[in-house]
Design a binder for this molecule. Structure first.
Ligand code: SF4
Length: 435
C-alpha cells in the first residue's frame, strides 16, 4: 500500500516539475512516507528524522514533509518532537500535497493555511499509481479496515473502509493499459470486502476481467485477501478468468481456534482449511502464501502444534513469519499471558524450519514444468541475467538484457539455486519488451 501511495505522490511531484534527487543531502524537499504497522519501522524513521534535522540546520531552506501512517498516528505531536518537520500529512489528507509543494516552491503559503486545508481534507484515491518506466502497477481499490484484529494498528491509523468507485478503477486501469502495463495488483487492507453500492468484490473482479481482456494487461493479482470474506463466488470468478494469477496470499495468522478468537480474526482453522480445499478444487495449480504470527499472548505449546499441523496440511509456497510484539494502542497490548522472548523465538524458529522444508519440497516438485514468466528486471548479482516471475509467484533467473523487461516468455523450470529457478534455454519470447 505504501509503495502505491509513494508512487502516487511521486507523480504529483513530477507533474509540478520536481525531479528525484540521487542523494538526499542535495534535495530541496524530503518526503518521508511512513509505516506504523511495526514499532521497528517507526524507530527507524525517528533515526532518519534526527539525521534530516541536522541537515536542516545546515540548510534551513530544505522542506521536510512526513506523510503516511505515522503522520496519522502522531499528527502534530511529531512536529513538537522534531521541530525540523515542516508539514505532517496523514493518509486522509493527501489532497493538501499540491498546496505543500506550492508553499515549498514559492515560500509564501504559511503553515497555518496548510493546517486549515488539512482540517477540511477528506480521503480520496489518487488518479494513478504508476511508477516511472514500470510495467507492473498497484491499483488501490479500497482504503482502511473495519476488522480490528486485536494485534493490528491499521484501523486506528487508516480509519474505516472506503471503497473506490468502479469508474475511477476503470479509468486508472485504462491509463495503465495505455502505458503498456502488463500486470496489475488490486490493493486494499482487506481487498475482498470491497463493496461499492451493489457491486461486491467478485462482481468487480468480473468487470475487471472484461476490461483487460485482449489488452496489454494479462495478469491481475489482488492483496490482501481476508479469509473470512473469501466467497465461493470469488473463487469461481478467478477460476473462470485466466487473467487472475494462480497465486494467492491468504494470511492465516494462526492455526489454533483459541488464538484466532483472541486475535479477533473471525474465522476458525476449519473455515481456513475448507477455503484452501475449495481454492484447490477450482484451481489445482494455485500456489498459496501466508502470514503466520506466533507467540501471541496466551499461546500454549498445543496452540503452536496447531499452527504446525495447519502448515503441514496446507503446505504454503512461502510465508511471512513473525512473532508477536505488543503494539501500543491495540487491544492485544493489554492482553494477559505474554510469552517470554526466548519462547517466542524458539516457536518462531520451528515455524520457519517447517516452512523452509515445505518451500524446498514444493519448488523441487516444480522442476520440469513449462511456465510462462514475466521478465521484471536485471539480476542484482549478474548484469547479463534477468529476473522473471511465474504467475504462481516463483522467481526465475535467465540470461538476457534489459530489452526483455516487460516481456512474457515461455520457459521450462530446469534447475534450482536456493529458491530461484534457472532455465537451460529460453523457449519463446511472447512479446517485445517495453524498455
Ligand atoms: S484485516 Fe486485521 S490485520 Fe488486516 S489490516 Fe485489518 S485489522 Fe489489520
Amino acid at each position: 500500500m505504501n509503495s502505491a501511495e509513494s508512487a502516487a505522490l511521486e507523480l504529483v511531484l513530477r507533474g509540478r516539475g520536481w525531479e528525484k534527487s540521487l542523494h538526499g543531502e542535495g534535495a530541496e524537499l524530503i518526503l518521508l512516507n511512513t509505516c506504523s504497522v511495526r514499532e521497528t519501522a517507526e524507530t527507524r524513521l525517528k533515526g532518519r528524522l534526527a539525521q534530516y534535522a541536522a541537515l536542516k540546520q545546515k540548510r534551513p531552506a530544505l522542506t521536510l514533509v512526513v506523510a503516511g501512517c505515522m503522520a496519522s498516528r502522531l499528527g502534530e505531536r511529531l512536529k513538537t518532537e522534531y521541530p525540523a518537520i515542516d508539514y505532517v500529512m496523514d493518509t486522509a489528507s493527501r489532497s493538501i500535497f499540491p498546496a505543500i509543494l506550492e508553499a515549498a516552491e514559492s515560500g509564501h503559503k504559511s503553515a497555518r493555511e496548510i493546517a486549515s486545508l488539512r482540517e477540511k481534507a477528506v480521503f480520496s484515491f489518487s488518479s494513478s499509481h504508476l511508477e516511472e518506466g514500470a510495467f507492473r502497477s498497484f491499483v488501490p481499490i479500497m482504503h482502511g479496515c473495519n476488522n480490528f484484529c486485536s494485534y493490528c494498528i491499521v484501523p486506528y491509523v487508516r480509519g474505516r473502509e472506503i471503497c473506490r468507485s468502479p469508474r475511477s478503477i476503470a479509468e486508472e486501469i485504462a491509463l495503465l493499459a495505455e502505458g503498456g502495463v502488463r500486470e496489475i495488483t488490486l490493493l486494499g487492507q482487506n481487498v475482498n470486502s470491497y463493496q461499492h453500492g451493489d457491486l461486491d468484490f467478485p462482481g468487480l473482479l468480473r468487470m475487471i476481467a472484461g476490461w483487460v481482456r485482449g489488452g496489454p494487461i494479462e495478469w491481475v493479482r489482488f492483496l490482501s485477501a481476508n479469509p473470512k470474506d473469501f466467497s465461493l463466488e470469488t473463487i469461481a470468478v478467478m477460476a473462470e478468468n485466466p487473467c487472475y494469477c494462480r497465486h494467492l496470499h491468504l494470511p492465516a495468522q494462526h492455526g489454533s481456534n483459541g488464538i484466532l478468537k483472541t486475535m479477533n480474526r473471525r474465522y476458525t482453522r476449519e473455515d481456513f482449511l475448507l477455503l484452501v480445499k475449495e481454492l484447490r478444487k477450482a484451481m489445482p495449480s494455485i500456489s498459496l502464501s501466508t502470514d503466520i504470527l506466533v507467540g501471541f499472548p496466551g499461546e500454549t505449546d498445543k496452540d503452536l502444534e496447531a499452527v504446525l499441523d495447519m502448515m503441514e496440511q496446507v503446505r504454503f509456497h512461502y510465508s511471512y513469519m513473525y512473532h508477536f510484539n505488543p503494539r501500543e494502542g491495540t487491544a492485544a497490548y493489554t492482553l494477559p499471558g505474554r510469552i517470554q522472548e526466548k519462547t517466542k523465538r524458539e516457536r518462531l524458529s520451528r515455524v520457519i524450519a517447517l516452512q523452509k522444508k515445505h518451500t524446498s519440497e514444493t519448488l523441487r516438485n516444480r522442476l520440469g514444468s513449462k511456465e510462462r514468466i514475466l521478465i521484471e528486471g536485471i539480476s542484482r548479482k549478474n548484469a547479463d541475467e534477468v529476473i522473471g516471475r511465474t504467475e504462481r509467484d516463483e522467481m526465475v533467473v535467465l540470461p538476457g538484457t534489459s530489452a526483455l523487461i516487460g516481456s512474457f516468455m515461455n520457459i521450462e523450470l530446469y534447475s534450482l539455486r536456493g529458491h530461484t529457478f534457472r532455465i537451460n534455454k529460453e523457449l519463446e519470447v511472447l512479446c517485445p519488451g517495453v524498455l
